[in-house]
Design a protein around this ligand. Sequence first.
Ligand code: GLC
Length: 596
Amino acid sequence: MTDWSISTLALSDWPKAQTPRLQSEKTEALIERILEWLTPAQKVGQIIQADIASVTPEDVAAYHLGSVLNGGNSAPNGNQRASLADWLELADAFWAASMRADGPRIPILWGTDAVHGHNNLIGATVFPHNVGLGATRDAELVERIGAATAREVRASGMDWAFSPTVAVARDSRWGRAYESYSESPQLVAELSAALVRGLQGISGNENFLGDTKILACAKHFIGDGGTHGGRDQGETIATEAELREVHAAGYYATLEAGVQTVMASFSSWGGRKMHGHKAFLTDLLKAHWGFDGVVVGDWDGHGQIEGATPTDCPDALMAGLDMYMAPDSWKGLHASLLRHLESGRISQERLDDAVRRVLRLKMRAGLCTQPTPSERALAVRGNIVGCTAHTELAAVAVQKSAVLLKNANNVLPLQSNQRILVTGPAADDLGMMCGGWSLSWQGGNLNPTDYPHAETFLAGIRRVGQEHGGTIIYSPDGRIKDSPDIAIHVFGEPPYAEFRGDLSTLDFQPRDKKDADTLKRLRKAGIPTICIFLSGRPLWVNPSLNASDAFIAAFLPGTQAGALADVLFATNGLDFSGKLSFSWPQYADQYALNMG
Ligand code: GLC
């Protein structure tokens, strides 16, 4: 019987992690000297991260805050479509505030959810979400995506991506399943380590955390992908052995790749929230695995600890959290932590250890020798964001992430000189192609001008179709006068993020099967039909599968979705190579369906 109230782990059963030894005596000595003259208020400030929508540069200076983030819906002046110049201007303002002569002059650290490219920034390259990258099985491609993402994040004056998610999603009802590479621990380990190498560089190499690199963050520690019923932020149902063999895989791999930050999970295990679970944050991650970077909290996640609130939570720090993500709770938290230091509820030793880690992180990231963000290498160079090299890379990722589930009657590849009907609500909808975390937290409602280099699926089919002498007719509802030779129906899930995407069934469109009805109408008219299904996860789509001749799982391909057209026409011999990295359900209630 599993003891769910466990508060310690059988650490001897947990293999050690091959965490690289990066400490330098010189840096450590400098850190100790800084610690000696920091005031308690300055120390507490360094371990607090505020959201740019709730903090000003003046606040950063007054409270000596160590970090800011832009949450999924936060942007300069509250404008989701703020320009690159606006982001750089704000980064300069926060940096200047942190470097004022009357303060400790410790440079601010800016974190952002660059989870499939620099997705918060207008004009950025938006790559396929991890669910699609898992289908590529291509670690080298993922590493290149990490490197491209790092360059676009750097170009906008930021230092840190809250990525990769190393969740091993075990129930596709989870609203974050698409942020996971796979249900397979081995595949998650391989691809998440590749992304860390791309984002940070290779520890030991001279470009490690250099001018074109940023800090990565393995998240959400630990067990976020194993919650009961796939419920986001829920209780992880796993024995200690399953946590070790399934959910820890991405941490072993990314720690070995030198990941410098780890984000605590909202989820709980044994009835205890991870943000307050010392056995994991300290005993396992730091003492047993030797992690000497920073454990950052998730969005007020510390406030979910029993007895805590977002503005008052000493337990998280004492459990091993090093930086509170306190978006709009930062001021109250700063005051309460000072009170707890005074009363001894938090120890000077633990506070100093957390500050030591934050200072070490900033020094390793080279922040202390960098000029103001807008004068840094890639910000000055310009034309990095959405550049052709990145969009071409994204196009390859789109082509390698699509999975051909069915090709009856050899309707694929498409032939030359065909009259092709393109139907479906998603064919020209960039929002549905990018999914959540795209310009806004929940994604959707994107305009073509948001990503000028983007190519929707319809645009791609028009581009390649014309090259093959084809005639493309676009009719979203599939109704046209004269019969086409073939129809392509593009449909799928509307965008979502986190708990807003949690499902109670895997049945796609359980109530109103409007897409299946369109397909049945096309079939009745004798028109061969190809389905392009956009989703963040496998879903039960048998009515559509059975009503079509070919069916492609394209997942969430991002701004270069149109590149899929090259595969449909087998341009230069291109063929489908994607392989499912999540089991596809045969029945709508096959929830916890995993390889092996
Ligand atoms: C969100 C997510 C986390 C993200 C953070 C900052 O709630 O859980 O993945 O990095 O908040 O946006």
